[in-house]
Design a protein around this ligand. Structure first.
Ligand code: 9D3
Length: 250
């Protein structure tokens, strides 16, 4: 598959994609990632990509013409509608988007081309969201200074789902969010560190006991850190009762 990133800071990305799984996937030819300077699709002497907001207010807005020209030259499509039924997507990174999640990551991993449009300044002309993009996506409820860091997050999450990107020892299906709970706690040597011991059950070889401990520990951790995930998790009556007891004791 291929990612094309449209940005006013193309130099931001080179080091980000030069490590770990993303580097390996690129070297293996599983993914191509190109960052393109939006200013390359301007036609004025000053290569202007932004303008003042109609209606007044602070800050500048990315103007539509360079973005439409960029997406058309990269996808061959003039508008998002022409991409229906293809395996190409145009994703606008924006604080107003739907929140990126593992389900969307899996969906993007099936595409042949994903174009990522990075916003900057106060925002992007709304006709881009209305007419040019297939998905408007945020990475969460906090304020970034632009879409570049968000685009890097999307690429990272999607690349590791491309078949062959993870080593043969790990499978992307068999992962934390796939089960709807946070991962269980992990320990390695030493058995005692600064007075804290590894849970004894993990030191014996009883794999049934270990699996039960891990399931319960994952439930407890999810209740504390991400109770929202419990609403959709498949829990037994015994697990629900255990969580209830825990909640009543803190
Ligand atoms: C004052 C209104 N702000 C919108 C919520 C202005 C504003 C903040 C941040 C306008 C642009 C930005 C830049 N952020 C992104 O482009 C962005 C983003 C983010 O800020 N948080 C989470 N996900 C994303 S994806 C792109």
């Amino acid at each position: 598959m291929r990612f094309d990133i449209i940005t006013i800071f193309p130099g931001y990305f080179a080091p980000v994609f030069d490590y770990g799984i993303v580097r390996r996937a690129r070297a293996a030819g599983l993914v191509e990632i190109a960052a393109h300077d939006l200013r390359g699709w301007t036609s004025d002497k000053h290569r202007i990509v932004d303008d003042r907001p109609f209606g007044g207010g602070d800050g500048m807005i990315l103007k539509p013409e360079p973005l439409f020209a960029a997406v058309e030259s990269l996808t061959g499509a003039k508008e998002a509608g022409e991409l229906a039924g293809t395996r190409k997507r145009v994703v606008l990174l924006s604080p107003q988007g739907k929140v990126f999640d593992q389900r969307l990551a899996h969906e993007l991993a099936t595409c042949e081309q994903v174009v990522l449009v990075c916003g900057r300044y106060e925002g992007v002309d709304e006709r881009v969201a209305e007419m040019l993009v297939t998905d408007e996506v945020s990475i969460g409820d906090y304020v970034l200074s632009g879409g570049e860091a968000a685009a890097a997050v999307v690429v990272d999450a999607v690349v590791r789902l491309i078949p062959g990107a993870l080593g043969s020892e790990t499978s992307a299906v068999n992962e934390s969010f796939a089960e709807g709970l946070l991962d269980f706690p992990h320990y390695t040597r030493p058995v005692e560190f600064r007075g804290r011991r590894v849970p004894e059950v993990l030191l014996g070889g009883n794999h049934g006991e270990i699996a039960l401990w891990r399931r319960r520990a994952a439930l407890s951790k999810t209740r504390r850190n991400r109770p929202d995930l419990l609403e959709r998790a498949a829990l037994t009556d015994e697990e629900l009762a255990r969580l209830e007891r825990e909640a009543n004791s803190d």
